[in-house]
Ligand binder design. Structure first.
Ligand code: RUB
Length: 307
């Protein structure tokens, strides 16, 4: 996929979900590698410009800058190669990176599926490929589960989740976002499982708006709150104290402002769930408590943090 169309699709949410955003950004960077440039420095400079465009497309999923920065880091290590060698090597490493992300999803699906028991009622929010991967694996293992999914206002990503899981055979019930507290009791929810756009160094989670309310409800009712996140979603920048920007989108996604003249409409699309509401995070390396996010980050990125 070429750079401009990936940037546009991410911005317009036609490519969405933190993992898909990371993978699409990597293939957009690869399309730049394949384009003509006479010298390696010229190609590196094109990659830097492309990276900047990609990173500006959506601010809250750290998988996007992580993926771009990793590719720029690889490019920089190869800066002494001839342009044809540079192109060949970098292209092959980018496809390895993409494979690694898909493998991570597969590993998390397996590890996460062991956390779910037959008979569990699981509540999820928004649409996460990672959570869906786990739930499908659980179903494949013939564990009888029932999934409750929120519709996820304003963009209704819950419809995607509902369609995908029910077409796989899993019993799914959809509720409006504000029914979570009530339904947790009525349908005796056992576990909440959500994806992640960013996991901070202190284990705080940034995910679709509404996640933090669900976590508070789960805590109140002593329901396990599980996050499913590949390591690409852990934020090395949060080590340096940079706060993740919460994306605010066009109010028109909620209602035509002309219909509510004189009313200010806000549309923040992510929120922060404090780590104390999170019981565990499933990663491709295993299940960790949120407090161990620091260790995972240090293991993965060392101290070579790039902005
Ligand atoms: C999607 C969202 C998902 C995470 C994880 O928000 O919050 O829970 O991105 O998804 P949006 P995945 O629809 O605004 O992108 O597990 O697929 O990476």
């Amino acid at each position: 996929m070429d750079l401009e169309s990936v940037v546009k699709k991410i911005r317009e949410m036609r490519i969405r979900g933190a993992l898909d955003i990371a993978i699409a950004s990597a293939s957009a960077m690869n399309s730049v590698v394949e384009k003509s440039a006479k010298t390696t420095p010229e190609l590196i400079s094109n990659l830097r410009k492309a990276g900047k465009k990609l990173k500006s497309a959506r601010p809250s999923a750290v998988s996007l800058p992580n993926s771009v920065n990793y590719i720029l880091y690889l490019a920089d290590k190869k800066r002494d190669l001839r342009v044809d060698e540079f192109r060949r090597e970098l292209s092959s490493e980018i496809s390895d990176f993409i494979k690694e992300q898909k493998n991570a999803l597969n590993k998390i699906s397996e590890i996460g599926s062991r956390l779910i028991d037959s008979g569990d009622v699981i509540l999820t929010h928004c649409n996460s490929d990672t959570v869906n991967g786990i739930l499908k694996r659980v179903w494949k293992k013939r564990k009888k589960i029932h999934v409750i999914c929120t519709e996820t206002r304003p963009m209704y990503q819950g419809h995607i989740t509902a369609r995908e899981l029910s077409s796989y055979g899993i019993p799914v019930t959809m509720i409006i976002d504000s029914a979570v507290h009530h339904i947790m009791k009525e349908l005796k929810v056992d576990k909440v499982m959500v994806g992640a756009d960013t996991v901070c160094v202190n284990g705080d989670l940034i995910n679709k708006i509404g996640t933090s309310q669900i976590a508070v409800c789960a805590k109140e009712q002593d329901i396990e709150f599980i996050v499913a996140a590949e390591s690409i979603k852990f934020s090395p920048l949060s080590i340096t104290g940079k706060i993740v920007e919460i994306e605010k989108r066009d109010p028109k996604e909620i209602i035509d402002p002309k219909k509510l003249k004189g009313v200010k409409i806000l549309n923040p699309v992510f929120d922060i769930t404090n780590s104390e509401y999170i019981d565990m995070i499933v990663t491709e390396f295993g299940v960790i408590p949120p407090q161990a996010s620091y260790n995972l980050l240090k293991e993965k990125f060392g101290w070579g943090v790039q902005a």
